[in-house]
Design a protein around this ligand. Structure first.
Ligand code: GDP
Length: 194
């Protein structure tokens, strides 16, 4: 997809702030520092629309990016950062539930994992949480450039197995550095936003 227009519309903390123009939506979730901002920026050909390496602990918001006036990417705050307080974690959880439970225009969720490592307990919990709400999940296994070609199939298999991925969910190996997987990612996104 050729992205001609990408702008942040709102950083929302609750439902009443979500856009209500009924455009389809794809959310992006992932552990802090996994490469989520780099993924978004690579897809939309921007250097820094989604801020990379955003500091954990800053205000946790759902960031709605309107793309080509056609759909939204919703950047969900990263999880799994050990140093957040219990109170912050609870706030994060409530915000996640409100969004994933109620958002009718949400078509699919992209879950970013690091292809180098076995998915963490937090990754598994997030995948299970998304499946509980019956959202289609596209797993983007990023940092592919860090794994030699011959070893890639084993890493892909391990990610699928550890998450116990459902057969209808896709896993796409990806690199923000080389652009590998970018066309496949757009293909998957397009199939959900129609
Ligand atoms: P976020 O916190 O999930 O948004 O993560 P960032 O996008 O800020 O990325 C965290 C770090 O991983 C940064 O230093 C990025 O340059 C690096 N990174 C992200 N994606 C890739 C990738 O595909 N390959 C490599 N080699 N590094 C990456």
């Amino acid at each position: 997809m050729k992205v001609t227009d990408a702008e942040i519309v709102i950083s929302a903390v609750s439902q009443k702030q979500y856009p209500n123009d009924q455009l389809p939506e794809v959310a992006l979730a992932g552990r802090s520092n996994v490469g989520k901002s780099s993924f978004i920026n690579k897809l939309i050909n921007r250097k820094n629309l989604a801020r990379t390496s955003s500091k954990p602990g800053k205000t946790q918001t759902l960031n709605f990016y309107k793309i080509n006036e056609a759909f939204y990417f919703v950047d969900v705050p990263g999880y799994g950062y050990a140093k957040v307080s219990k109170k912050e974690r609870e706030k994060w959880g409530a915000m996640m539930e409100e969004y994933f439970e109620t958002r009718g225009t949400l078509k699919a969720v992209i879950l970013i994992t690091d292809i180098r490592h076995e998915p963490t307990r937090d990754d598994i919990q997030m995948y299970d949480f998304l499946k509980y709400y019956e959202h289609p999940v596209i797993v983007i296994a990023t940092k592919l450039d860090k794994i030699p070609k011959g070893k890639r199939p084993a890493h892909i298999k391990r990610t699928k197995q550890t998450l116990e991925m459902e057969k209808d969910d896709l896993l796409i190996p990806f690199s923000a550095d080389t652009g590998e997987g970018k066309d496949e990612a757009w293909g998957a996104i397009r199939s959900f936003i129609g």
